[in-house]
Design a protein around this ligand. Structure first.
Ligand code: GCW
Length: 699
């Protein structure tokens, strides 16, 4: 009898899983906000209600399982506006904050604590619980590199959720304004993490962004984002005065130009009284900027800052610049900004990519951190995985950002510097698009989550964040197989990518599209510092970029003493940065005890083995994870293993033409020839998950 019942049960499960009529299949769109409650929670709002408190109450009504909750606004001396306290006593909970946004953050935190199971006994009245949370960074921004035509630069999750604008000014996106029901998810997700700003367009900004027709859309976005505590910001094109209104110049010292920006800013604040400010990519990769007129970054930034200051707006001015005045691109940001320190107005923040080159799988931190002493600065992370396998590969970036924060804290005094800075901010380039599961790879949602959590508190560790995310996303208990497996996969993933793409400090080894290997790429007439050969410098003697003071570019001297001494000296330079800072002979003894050539082989092999193992881990969850999500990730992992093989074969076969050394026996013999590796276009098979519209059509 039991057997029959069991068979019926299994049959039903199988039918459920394969049934094409299944309507509740998981498309991943609910992100980490999946808790629901059938219980009617008793919620008391001890403060004037607002759209924001309505959202807070609604979230609790939908998801809270515990006893009564009181939401109370109360100012406390020294408490930041968006900080909050949660007290649980005798099973009753009070959330207190000086602002309604703080209350909303408190509610999301309460739901997170419930979700991860850490307050069960307090909610049951068995103990008291109290926590106060204060965000570390005051401004926590997501940068959307979205173009008005709907494309998202380096976006691998479909198209823009904000823009699809035709010539007539119709914005035909099934986005936040047009489809508020679905898209409250975007706001809820951000608010649940405390993300409080969104730059709505690409840093390669179209001047058209500042036309009245587009600004009116920005106003509509601002209106729907506001109740969730999210301010809107815009990337602006420095030539806008000339391009849009035919001014003869966009020189920041020109009175007419200054007047133009003041007028434009006024127009914006008339539409959006709490507009956040501008993000600017100037004199970088062909974008216009103050240097076109013989002016400095400070002249340009200050002109905009003056226009924004009366309204409380800020300028985020990017330090991603590399005019070829020095042959080492890693030095350029410091060279261009060091002497301007102290010349920027208070409401300018210099936005610095975490590393000195460009979002590589591993870079040492940018030496501009620790160099600027009198200017607010903010790190720019790339949440979208431009160089880490895009939406095909699993690469959890929490570990990368933890490494960054630990290093800048230790070697550049990050925490102390930010705490006294005029503005304390952080930004991340979003990995969000129109795909049903928002981020392309379902597990890449963890990167959005981790970015938000670390923006709130950079001292959180990547593993607990991964755990929080997995528990809430898969509704799986902390000690379950699903949680343990997924967390382990995430925690190993970034290092695996580093190993099979660019171990030991190698960087910028990409072919086209920043996806496939291309260490051999060397085109005449192209900027040297766009070419992989420029960065690996492989030759018969060895490999790596000499950035030492003694014999190389001198980039090491841009760091403060402790870091400088460590990396300048090849024997104390950590293996992970070896080829970043040194050109090293093929038989150089690495810290592992292996010679460099063998270590390189070991790393590439290890990266591939790790991905294979991660694939096995995922496959072991078959039947325990929603089938759609399971298959989606499974296909991507197959692709990742395939790509890791190409990377390993391509890079090692190419480097072998210089080292002339045999492959060690722990290396899987190459399955591809170097010629094949050179001709393959890996990214052609980029896996695309369906958009929400496509999914709806299929169902
Ligand atoms: O990482 C590089 C990208 C460009 C990007 C640029 C930048 C928006 O390849 O697509 O442009 O950096 O950060 O400005």
């Amino acid at each position: 009898m039991n057997n029959i019942r069991y068979c019926l049960f299994v049959g039903a499960v199988v039918f459920f899983l394969i049934s094409p009529l299944r309507t509740n299949a998981d498309d991943g769109s609910r992100l980490w906000l999946r808790q629901t409650s059938s219980q009617k929670a008793q919620i008391t709002l001890e403060t004037k209600s607002s759209l924001t408190t309505d959202i807070a109450v609604n979230e609790l009504t939908q998801g809270w399982h515990g006893g009564p909750v009181i939401l109370k606004m109360s100012k406390r001396k020294g408490m930041k506006a968006d900080a909050f306290t949660i007290n649980i006593h005798n099973g009753s909970t009070t959330v207190i904050s000086p602002s309604d946004i703080g209350l909303l953050y408190g509610v999301y935190h309460l739901l997170r604590l419930q979700g991860i199971g850490s307050i069960v006994d307090a909610v049951n009245g068995e103990r008291s619980y109290s926590v106060t949370e204060t965000p570390f960074h005051d401004i926590r921004v997501l940068d959307h590199w979205d173009n008005l035509d709907g494309n998202s630069e380096r976006g691998y999750a479909g198209s823009s959720i904000f823009w699809k604008m035709n010539e007539e000014g119709v914005n035909d996106v099934a986005g936040i304004v047009n489809n508020p029901l679905h898209n409250t998810m975007y706001m809820r997700a951000n608010a649940s993490l405390g993300i409080n700003g969104a730059v709505l367009n690409n840093v390669n900004a179209s001047p058209r962004m500042l036309t009245h027709e587009v600004l009116d859309w920005v106003r509509q976005y601002a209106d729907v984002l506001r109740p969730y505590g999210i301010k809107v910001y815009l990337s602006v094109n420095f030539s806008s005065p000339a391009v849009l209104d035919g001014l003869k110049t966009s020189d920041p010292m020109n009175k007419e130009v200054q007047r133009w920006w003041k007028q434009k800013v006024k127009e914006i604040y008339n539409l959006i009284p709490d507009f956040g400010g501008f993000l600017v990519k100037a004199n970088s990769e062909g974008q216009p900027g103050p240097m076109d007129f013989g002016r400095t970054h400070a002249d340009g930034a200050n002109m905009l800052a003056k226009a924004l200051r009366p309204y409380g707006g800020i300028v985020m001015w990017r330090a991603f610049v590399y005019s070829p005045t020095d042959p080492d691109r890693a030095k350029q940001a410091c060279l261009e900004f060091k002497d301007l320190d102290g010349l920027f107005l208070d409401n300018v923040i210099i936005q610095i990519k975490n590393g000195p080159i460009d979002f590589q799988p591993r870079e040492p931190f940018n030496p501009l951190f620790g160099t600027l002493q009198k200017t607010s600065n903010m790190v720019e992370f790339q949440v979208t995985q431009e160089y880490l396998g895009q939406s095909n590969h699993l690469a959890y970036l929490g570990t990368m950002w933890q490494e960054f924060f630990e290093d800048v804290d230790r070697y550049a005094n990050y925490t102390a510097y930010q705490q006294q800075a005029h503005y304390n901010a952080i930004s991340g380039v979003a990995n969000i698009g129109t795909d049903a599961s928002w981020c392309g790879h379902p597990l890449a949602q963890a990167n959005w989550y981790a970015y938000g959590r670390m923006a709130w508190n950079p001292h959180l560790d990547a593993k607990s964040i991964a755990e929080e995310w997995a528990v809430q996303t898969f509704l799986s208990p902390q000690d379950s197989k699903i949680t343990a497996t997924v967390v382990d996969m995430l925690m190993r993933s970034r290092e695996a990518v580093v190993d099979y793409e660019m171990p030991l400090g190698l960087h910028h080894q990409f072919g086209d599209s920043h996806y496939a290997p291309g260490p051999w790429q060397n085109f005449p007439g192209v900027r040297r510092d766009w070419l992989p050969v420029f960065y690996n410098k492989a030759d018969s003697l060895g490999i790596g970029f000499d950035r030492t003071v003694a014999t190389g570019s001198g980039n090491t001297a841009q760091y403060r003493d402790e870091f400088y001494h460590m990396v300048e000296n090849v024997s104390t330079c950590p293996d992970k940065y070896l080829l970043w800072f040194h050109h090293v002979p093929w038989d150089y003894p690495c810290q592992s005890g292996r010679i460099l050539w063998d270590e390189l082989c070991f790393r590439y092999q290890h990266g591939l083995d790790e991905v294979r193992d991660i694939q096995r881990q995922w496959n072991s969850l078959q039947g325990e994870i929603d089938l759609d999500i399971f298959k989606d990730v499974q296909v991507r992992l197959m692709t990742q293993v395939r790509d890791a093989e190409w990377w390993k074969d391509g890079c090692l076969l190419y480097f072998q033409t210089f080292s002339r050394m045999a492959f060690p026996d722990y290396l899987d013999p190459p399955v591809h020839t170097l010629e094949e590796c050179k001709s393959v276009k890996l990214n052609v098979g980029l896996y695309r998950s369906p958009s929400r519209e496509e999914l709806n059509r299929q169902r």
